[in-house]
Design a protein around this ligand. Sequence first.
Ligand code: GDP
Length: 297
Amino acid sequence: MFESITKNLNEAFSAFRIGGKLTEKNIRDGLQQVRQALLEADVSYDVTKEFIDKVAEEAVGDKVLKSLDPTEQVVGIVYQELVNLMGPVDHSLAIKRNDVSVIMMVGLQGSGKTTTCGKLARLLKEQGHRPLLVAADLQRPAAIEQLRVIGEQIGVPVYSEDPKTSSPLKVCQNGVKQAKKTGDADIVILDTAGRLHVDDELMAELEAIDRKVRPDQALLVCDAMTGQDAVNSAKTFNEALEIDGVILSKMDGDTRGGAALSVKQVTGVPIKFIGVGEQLDRLEEFHPDRMASRIMG
Ligand code: GDP
């Protein structure tokens, strides 16, 4: 993960060291390389510019130049600004104590949404909750069966209806109703429909569910491999639905890092979890400080 940005950043840091003694020019040259590393990682021009401006503001000046180890100071500033860029993040999921909580999962088709519903249900079950998965993705014919198989694997019940006679909204409403009536579940996870691209029909469907079912938490699953596209779709989803958190899937793949680095800055919505593999136990909390350390190598 992030091999290329890590390599490029480390090359930038060695540029700070050229000539033995650090000068303002060394710092500015080094920051140019940091800038290039971020752009190559698919961080947008605007986010990169703001980032470099902030680092420069702190790093260029007597305080750093006259310190005992100016290079390490600059590296420390870059690290801290990376942490600030990706955080802060509150991992809690707005789970109620004495009532059924509803988590609505949204995302584009292929983002990993259905798999992530299973991963989240597994995690919540491990924490002592009794989740119910609701198969409301009637768009993709295989999604209901896929969720059923996932539910079986993790021992979590799945609520579904005949897609020919039902609608996504009805499935969600009835799923929540059933959880409340039977008392068998304390958290309902709605696997809503995705589309290949964000479109009006999808947003109208999701907005209707959001308005009528009133989920306690809306989480967007984004594919880390799609870089700035993931960030742009997060922006659109958030404008329509007010997302509480992003789950960035496929972080185990060969991602350049742009999505992880810029989602929070562009949308204001933090990444709460990352998917790090296809298996259902491959979900981790997202920690900006750990991610920054990883990126810096
Ligand atoms: P949906 O259309 O958004 O519901 O997507 P799916 O849940 O069907 O996932 C699409 C593909 O991505 C499947 O092959 C999943 O196994 C895979 N996938 C999901 N999450 C991850 C992840 O974190 N890492 C990897 N490597 N693959 C993932």
